[in-house]
Design a protein around this ligand. Structure first.
Ligand code: PBG
Length: 332
């Protein structure tokens, strides 16, 4: 490690920082558009871009607009999009039926994007929360989110999404055993090429607040998700979650949220050397935008610094609502 012979004045660490060319040469971490997955919220309609109040700069996109976003991503060098559906109250139900329809918004968007921009990778969330009338990720029975019946439903949802063209299914539900079940379900359906990125260490976080607004869950969510998402107090438990998901067949793992959980990203990458992703979630986005709108921080610098920090902690890639803006800033 740092040698004791590194003493002032023979050693002056500022020497390496003096000029832009030198700083570029000694930079230890790189951030590139290829490290980003662009999180996009879908809605019904045509030619619609509807602002999300709690996420300034983020709009819910109709399918045709999502196709345009995919074209933009390709031009910017962003490899993949992660799609999330807004669902109105009327389309939600206790049985989350819409999750299993090949005609739902997610599936229509996947087909349309794959028709026009087949080179773009597409990632689908697997969880019932956009479709349940109580906003939970699984089925609710006698006040409990039931595990095994939910897992069966998640398999059906994942298979339907993969058939529609999604390249990566990303279970974000935190049920036990869902990765193995989804892998079996995909393989049995001839979808062995479809990847699973598990939301392996996902915390019961307040930073999802704006997302629930974006997908129409905030008004409907009853209670919280602490019986299935992780306690922010825990680290060792995250390693157990990740180990199990890898054993069950996850191709890559995710830590979520990102900014307040950099230590988890670091430990996961160190322990497993797996392709490791982190989700810079809606609340992280909203905090940066709110502070920037007040001129309390520099928006562009905050975007790049927050993403660089997540990379530095060990993430191979970042799912972020800032992807297109960050890619443009990186190209400038
Ligand atoms: C649903 C899901 C959530 C997010 C991604 N998938 C919210 C939650 O678990 O309540 C959060 C995304 C974000 O905040 O940007 N299972």
């Amino acid at each position: 490690m740092t040698s004791v012979t590194q003493t002032f004045p023979a050693t002056r660490l500022r020497r390496l920082r003096r000029t832009p060319w030198s700083r570029a040469l000694v930079a230890e971490t790189r951030l590139a558009p290829a490290d980003l997955i662009w999180a996009i919220v879908l809605r019904e309609g045509e030619g619609v871009r509807e602002p999300v109040a709690s996420m300034p700069g983020v709009e819910r996109l109709s399918v045709d607009e999502a196709v345009n976003a995919a074209r933009e991503a390709k031009a910017l060098g962003i490899p993949a999009l992660a799609l999330f559906p807004f669902t109105s109250k009327e389309d939600r139900s206790a049985g989350a039926e819409l999750a299993f329809s090949a005609e739902n918004l997610m599936c229509r968007a996947a087909r349309a994007i794959k028709d026009s921009v087949p080179e773009i990778g597409l990632m689908a969330d697997v969880a019932l929360d956009p479709y349940t009338d109580h906003g939970h990720d699984g089925f609710l029975e006698d006040g409990e989110i039931v595990n095994d019946r939910t897992v069966e439903a998640l398999v059906r949802q994942a298979v339907i999404e993969a058939r529609a063209g999604f390249d990566i299914v990303a279970p974000s539900d935190m049920m036990d055993g869902r990765v193995a079940a989804i892998r079996r379900g995909l393989d049995a359906d001839g979808l062995s090429h479809v990847q699973i990125m598990s939301y392996a260490a996902k915390y019961a976080s307040c930073f999802y607040g704006p997302y629930r607004d974006a997908i129409g869950s905030s008004g409907v969510l009853k209670g919280d998700k602490r019986t299935y998402q992780m306690d922010p107090a825990n680290t060792d438990e995250a390693l157990r979650e990740v180990a199990m998901d890898i054993a069950e067949g996850a191709d890559s793992v995710m830590v979520k949220p990102a900014g307040a959980y950099l230590d988890i990203i670091w430990r996961v990458k160190e322990a497993f050397a797996m392709p490791t992703f982190a989700f810079q979630v809606s609340g992280e986005y909203a905090m940066i935008m709110a502070a920037a709108q007040n001129n309390w921080i520099d928006e562009n610098r905050a975007i790049l610094e927050s993403l660089m920090s997540i990379r530095r902690a060990g993430a191979d890639g970042v799912i972020t609502y800032f992807a297109a803006r960050a890619a443009r800033l990186l190209a400038a």
